[in-house]
Design a protein around this ligand. Structure first.
Ligand code: GLN
Length: 240
């Protein structure tokens, strides 16, 4: 059985990001893989090493302020430890930002991050909004939308999730989106991300299974999903 922790589900769930948890749940269910989902909120002590996958969604500056104390003072140490032990973590937008060193918000206040990802984020005047298409190292394309004021900059210890083909990505200037460290994936892509990109959902499930010595993932009949995925990419990305 796989165990998934859905962190701050009531606060960090912008633009339906809980759809990422549903996508993992369904693609496990269709394969007969048991998945337990625990929703964990503010004040709850957790040993994140007990989980295989941790999901954290997006949030406005207000929600980030509400959860940042708890993230820093209650959750951070176990989250960092779990990341070092290869637990799969997917963090979207506002959560992604707070896995880094800090997030400087629009009003100039600086919200400290937990330093799990070697990134930092500073808000810009214009929000970076719109459809986005990136290409990962695997060659797979990922499609969704973005809506953030934060500009995120990567340090040495992380690599980007992918190269921006359409849209802004981390900061609208370096041509990359997201950050990856071990099995930790940070991204600005909403959509929700995983339902629109089955290959990425399966990548996370495979990484979680591998922690249990399972290296085979039963293929699913993704003809419809792949057609929708390709159609969305063609809509936004006309090959030059
Ligand atoms: N509040 C953060 C920003 O504006 C994150 C927004 C989000 O999670 N979509 O950059």
């Amino acid at each position: 059985m796989l165990k998934l922790c859905y962190l701050y589900p009531d606060l960090m769930n912008l633009y339906g990001d809980r759809g990422n948890v549903i996508a993992i749940q369904k693609r496990c269910q269709w394969r007969g893989i048991d998945l337990r989902i625990d929703k964990i909120g503010i004040g709850e002590e957790v040993d994140f090493n007990d989980y295989d996958i941790i999901f954290m969604g997006g949030g406005q500056d207000r929600e980030q302020n509400l959860m940042s104390d708890d993230l820093l003072n209650v959750k951070a140490s176990s989250l960092r430890d779990a990341a070092e032990n290869g637990v799969v973590i997917l963090a979207v937008c506002g959560s992604y930002q707070l896995l880094g060193n800090y997030y400087k918000a629009q009003n100039g206040t600086e919200i400290p991050g937990i330093g799990l990802l070697d990134i930092y984020t500073e808000s810009g005047k214009e929000r970076l909004v719109g459809n986005i298409v990136i290409q990962m190292d695997s060659g797979d394309m990922v499609v969704g939308f973005e809506n953030h004021s934060g500009r995120t900059y990567l340090g040495e210890k992380v690599r980007p999730l992918g190269k921006v083909l359409v849209g802004n990505g981390n900061n609208g200037s370096d041509g990359y989106e997201g950050a990856v460290y071990k099995n930790v994936f940070g991204t600005y892509i909403h959509g929700p991300l995983l339902p629109k990109n089955p290959c990425l959902t399966d990548r996370l499930i495979s990484l979680a299974l591998a922690r249990h010595g399972v290296y085979e993932l039963t293929p699913l009949d993704d003809r419809i999903e792949n057609m929708a995925h390709q159609r969305a990419i063609d809509l936004f990305y006309k090959k030059a």
